[in-house]
Design a protein around this ligand. Structure first.
Ligand code: CUA
Length: 152
């Protein structure tokens, strides 16, 4: 079997493009420090909205999305906290975006997604649903309030 010269050329260009694509992905992952969220085995325990404080600056938030709200809607933590978000949905697919922290997750019924976020700077961080989920979509938001005595 022989390969035509022009075919070889196309193969070469294709491989170079794939290489460039993979390189861009790794570069972006590094530059924006974005991590792929973890997917955990489904457990009913996560479907109950909850904030657990593990120690002075470590928290677990069980965030439950539904039409059209996030629960808990307000999360008060001190600056320097590390928060593990466990995310699920009660109904349709919702988004979970904290743009200031480059967090982008999906809330899916029957699935638990997890990500860890560190909040070093005081302030109010918006959590926004960025997946269209019906007529109340644009009102679907929550807040992480860091260093609450000052923020209140
Ligand atoms: Cu939930 Cu859009």
């Amino acid at each position: 079997m022989t390969i035509d010269k022009s075919e070889k050329k196309i193969l070469g260009i294709t491989l170079a493009l794939i290489g460039l694509f993979v390189f861009s992905l790794l570069y972006a992952k590094n530059k924006y420090k974005s991590d792929v969220p973890e997917c955990l085995p489904y457990d009913k325990a996560y479907t109950e909205p909850k904030i657990n404080q593990l120690d002075s600056n470590t928290f677990q938030v069980f965030s439950v999305a539904s039409m059209w709200q996030f629960q808990p809607a307000e999360i008060y933590i001190p600056a320097g906290s590390e928060v593990d978000f466990y995310l699920t949905s009660k109904d349709v697919v919702h988004g979970f975006n904290i743009s200031d922290k480059n967090i982008n997750m999906m809330a899916v019924y029957g699935a638990i997604n997890k990500t860890t976020v560190k909040f070093d700077k005081p302030g109010v961080y918006d959590i926004v649903c960025h997946e269209y989920c019906g007529v109340g979509h644009q009102n679907m938001r929550a807040q992480v309030i860091v260093n609450y005595p000052e923020a209140k």
